[in-house]
Write a protein that binds this ligand. Sequence first.
Ligand code: XBP
Length: 265
Amino acid sequence: MTRLSALIFDVDGTLAETERHGHRVAFNECFTAHDLPWFWSEGLYGDLLKVMGGKERLRHFIEHYHPELQLQVELEQFVKQIHKEKTQYYQSYVQAGKIPLRPGIARLICAARDAGLKLAIATTTTLENVHTLLEHKLHPEAASWFSVISAGDVVKAKKPAADIYLHALKHLHVPAEECIAFEDTAHGLQSALKSNLTTVVTVNDYTCDEDFTGAALVLDQLGEPDHPFKVLAGDAGDAHYVDIPLLQTLLGEHGGLRQRKTGSN
Ligand code: XBP
């Protein structure tokens, strides 16, 4: 049976619920600071989330909702400046303890370390946002627990392109067949599947209606011993929370199926 060697985590929506009350609020605070008459409601932000990447999302918003602005500013410089300031607001929220890790994340990461598995991150957000979240919400040294943190502009094509997961796999020095990825969006799942990764999805209230075809397991959250998960798709056997034995079983079942489908051995 294929050995489980590494876990690869998405960040926003997977490690923590960072979008609705984090990035969205930070963008709005930034717009106010610049006297821009813009407000991203929770509903509008849900639509804008279809565009991965904060800079790409802001550029999409301007091009589609305020095209006239493109003639008034140097767009790329404007987007970079707003995004840089937004990142500072977002980090202040994390540092103030406003954005907790999702259930099961700290427990599973510690269990993976105890089991000698490698850890990696594959995310669209910035490297500094990942460090801030890990160091404030997991452990001051947590960033060093990860063999590789593939983040943001380290690749040109954002999710659903495979690039960010392929970057993480390249620096992990572990074959995709020995890894499991964790995601929360259909875009993220597609990126992981294109990288031939067995993937566990934990939905959130922005993504619960998305198409997760191809995921090994779809859950409401990773679960804790006293807070069992809800299985939305796939087979978790008798498990009530995600632990290393369940992931090893999933890899054996799903990883083998993927190899037979792709003819890779
Ligand atoms: C989700 C994203 C990110 C965040 C905002 O990333 O699309 O862009 O919404 O972060 P993940 P930035 O791959 O972790 O799900 O503004 O730093 O891009």
